[in-house]
Design a protein around this ligand. Structure first.
Ligand code: NAD
Length: 494
């Protein structure tokens, strides 16, 4: 079958790349190219930015009331809900996520557009109680300008919604660059903006390799802000390039999140939390609870139950309702995960489950890795320090609260953490002690349009979702109005 072709949208029109080249998108379950997207270069990036800049500075978007911006965002949310099944299927083919997960995600993504649609006309300045006579001083909160939104391959639509909804609510215009591995669902989403009534040029897309066009977008002088989600090494490069022109950045980067089980926890709930923390989306989530810290007195019980539960996971076709764990999204990523498994074995970690690729014939075409669990891991091992981004869990024992907090914080990252305990005092004290942007108690992986999300330490800068996120796309102007009839003599100091 001929691969489907998805197009970019620039200035309200669908388009190919200037050179007419295409990039293949491979289905991770079949290992075969199923679609093509434009292979753009710096010239395409330039055109998209100039278009977004023109839409920001003149035309209907520049003068549109915040209330009307909000209406467009809510209409877009409704269109996403209408097309949820179609968008979900595209992302499953492109990314290998489970249809079951994508169905739920597509029903939830509209909430971001509804929430920020509501917030658009509640962005308010203030009148200052001035300390000077006869002066009226007020603040206005204004958009930044052209935003470049760069997303990774692991959750293209959700992570894009986290950027687009607040950026547009604040009145900015956007150039979107999805991952070269998984661009199709983003390009399908782009088609909805015109139908929702957004003026041409407000949201534009370019597709291609990060090093080719990502860098060109970040460097461009007409870009005011880069909203980036991806790995921390790329994030650091984006940050350095953005610094050259003093651009704003939001960086949502990686993690090595601790999921901590105390002996007083409801153990069966904690086991379920450990499983969902690492095996959901085959471990390809920034918030993966990849370090399971277990109090020594319940270590054997918890490790045994986690292994037994993980053993029941059904690997298979991500389109099938019965499948519980899908493939790894990209071939290089599968290679990387398998290399980490080898490193863990060489470092002396005890492989309690998995540790390779499945042998069932229906799973050999796709890029699967078995759900893998290592016991007896020390926090000094590479498997406990570096982000694997796959279905690989490390179980690390601890003695008491102090040791749990020390191990939990002994990482360059600080994205998220889980705490499993039935002691309310311990829950609060540990939540204070953990250096992470999100702490879950007796649950894991919950996110919401209203809950600010982002990293401490090397996990990033800035927040997405919630009211905090709209601030990331605004700048404050302070206006001084002199009410005196006469301007005083400047040589007479007062
Ligand atoms: P990546 O850093 O390789 O790529 C992310 C995006 O950056 C892609 O679109 C890529 O094309 C682009 N890019 C690459 N080089 C660039 C450059 N020099 N300039 C500009 N753009 C460039 O990340 P990935 O492998 O696609 O995604 C996995 C990573 O994303 C993991 O580390 C994961 O933890 C992280 N992530 C973080 C969050 C979060 O919210 N904190 C969420 C999901 C994923």
């Amino acid at each position: 079958m001929e691969p489907a072709r998805y197009h970019n949208t620039v200035d309200g029109r669908t388009c190919e790349s200037a050179t007419g080249r295409w990039l293949q998108s491979v289905n991770p379950f079949t290992g075969e190219a199923w679609a093509e997207v434009p292979h753009c270069d710096a010239a395409d990036a330039e055109q998209a930015i100039e278009t977004a800049h023109a839409a920001f500075t003149r035309g209907p978007w520049a003068t549109m009331s915040a209330t009307n911006r909000g209406k467009l965002l809510r209409r877009l949310g409704d269109l996403i809900a209408r097309d949820a099944d179609k968008l979900a299927e595209i992302e499953v083919r492109d990314n290998g996520k489970l249809l079951a997960e994508m169905g739920a995600q597509l029903r939830y993504i509209p909430e971001w557009f509804h929430y920020y649609g509501g917030l658009a006309d509640k962005i308010e300045g203030a009148v200052l109680p001035s300390d000077k006579p006869n002066v009226f001083t007020y603040t206005k909160r204004e958009p930044l300008g052209v935003i470049v939104a760069i997303t990774p391959w692991n959750s293209p639509l959700l992570l894009l919604a986290w950027k687009l909804a607040p950026a547009l609510a604040a009145g900015n215009t956007v150039v979107v660059k999805p991952s070269e591995f998984t661009s199709c669902s983003t390009l399908a989403l782009m088609e909805l903006f015109a139908e929702a009534g957004f003026p041409a040029g407000v949201v534009n897309s370019v597709t291609g390799y990060g090093a080719e066009i990502g860098a060109a977008l970040v460097e461009h002088p007409l870009v005011s802000k880069v909203a980036f989600t991806g790995g921390d090494a790329t994030g650091a490069a984006v940050y350095a390039t953005a610094a050259k022109n003093i651009k704003h950045v939001t960086l949502e980067l990686g993690g090595k999140s601790p999921n901590i089980v105390f002996a007083d926890a409801n153990i069966d709930n904690a086991v379920k939390g450990a499983i969902s923390g690492i095996f959901a989306a085959s471990g390809q989530t920034c918030i993966a609870g990849s370090r399971l810290l277990v109090q020594r007195s319940v270590y054997d019980e918890v490790a045994g139950k986690v292994v037994d539960f993980a053993r029941t996971a059904r690997l298979g076709d991500p389109m099938a309702a019965t499948t519980q764990v899908g493939p790894i999204t990209t071939l290089p990523q599968r290679t990387k995960v398998l290399q980490y498994i080898d490193v863990a074995k060489a470092e002396g970690a005890d492989c309690l489950l998995g540790g390779g690729t499945p042998t069932a014939p229906e799973l050999t075409r796709g890029w699967f890795v078995e759900p893998t669990i290592f016991g007896g891991v020390s926090n000094a091992m590479r498997i406990a320090r570096e982000e694997v981004f796959g279905p690989v869990l490390s179980i690390i024992p601890f003695e008491d609260d102090d040791e749990a907090a020390t191990i939990a914080n002994d990482t360059i990252y600080g994205l998220a953490a889980g705490i499993w305990t039935s002691d309310i005092r311990r829950a609060h004290v540990m939540a204070d002690r953990i250096q992470a942007g999100t702490v879950w108690v007796n649950t894991y992986r919950a996110v919401s349009f209203m809950a600010p999300f982002g990293g401490y330490k090397r996990s990033g800068i800035g927040r997405e979702s919630g009211q905090d996120a709209v601030d990331e796309y605004l700048q404050t102007k302070c206006v001084w109005i002199n009410l005196d009839e006469e301007v005083p003599n400047p040589f007479v100091l007062r």
